[in-house]
Design a protein around this ligand. Structure first.
Ligand code: ADE
Length: 226
């Protein structure tokens, strides 16, 4: 998979993509993540990427040309499955959408800033709009990092068997059951006996039961989507 991220703050991605699972996925050659500074595609000498909104009002609007030039330069090199705009008024991101994106070949993620982007980009260039939650971030960068991280870990081969994404919370529509590690008894705080029994089938049943219990208690809405 290849992910191209269009941003005016490429430095913001140095941390999230340089550690842990995403770092390993890049090293294994399972994903390429390319950052593009939209400012490099500006057409004037001040490298301007935003302008005042027609009709007045507060805030600046990201201009068509720098974004479009960057997208066009990428599209000239390969076919993209989606050109995604990160925005709080987009479709809410969830695990099924992460799964869907993880089987794509080439994705563009566009990070917005200021008051928004010129609506004509949304009409003619963007194929999908994603929000990571009902709150407003300063820009789309953190949202793009969230989407990229959750998608990359689902690419086949990124996680080993022991950390398989299949056992993640949400993957089967349930939250994860509780987990424990040594010591089995910490000053009287005991691990449930069943987990020490070595009885695989009973342990699997117990985990499922706990997952359902936890989901019912914390996120009952998840159980309605069966
Ligand atoms: N940009 C600003 N807020 C956002 C959000 N909640 N999701 C996606 N992109 C955003």
């Amino acid at each position: 998979m290849r992910i191209d991220i269009l941003t005016i703050f490429p430095e913001m991605f140095e941390g999230p993509f340089s550690h842990s699972i995403v770092k390993r996925a890049k090293e294994k050659g399972l994903v390429e993540i390319h950052l593009h500074n939209i400012r490099d595609y500006a057409t004037d000498k001040h490298r301007r990427v935003d302008d005042y909104p027609f009709g007045g009002g507060a805030g600046m609007v990201m201009m068509i040309e720098p974004v479009l030039h960057c997208v066009d330069a990428l599209k000239a090199q390969r076919v993209y499955d989606e050109v995604i705009f990160m925005t709080p008024d987009g479709e809410l991101f969830d695990q099924p959408l992460a799964n869907q994106l993880s089987i794509q070949e080439n994705l563009i993620l566009l990070c917005g800033h200021y008051k928004g982007i010129d609506e004509r980009l949304r009409e003619h260039v963007i194929t999908r709009e994603i929000s990571i939650g009902d709150y407003v971030l300063s820009g789309g960068e953190l949202a793009a990092a969230v989407v990229a991280d959750s998608v990359v870990r689902l690419i086949p081969g990124v996680l080993g068997d022991e950390t398989s994404a299949l056992s993640d919370s949400f993957q089967d529509g349930l939250l994860s059951p509780p987990v424990y590690t040594r010591p089995a008894d910490y000053k009287g705080w005991k691990v449930p006996e069943i987990l020490l029994s070595g009885h695989d089938r009973k342990i699997a049943e117990w985990r499922h039961e706990k997952a359902v219990e936890r989901t019912q208690k914390r996120r009952p809405g998840l159980l309605d989507h069966e």
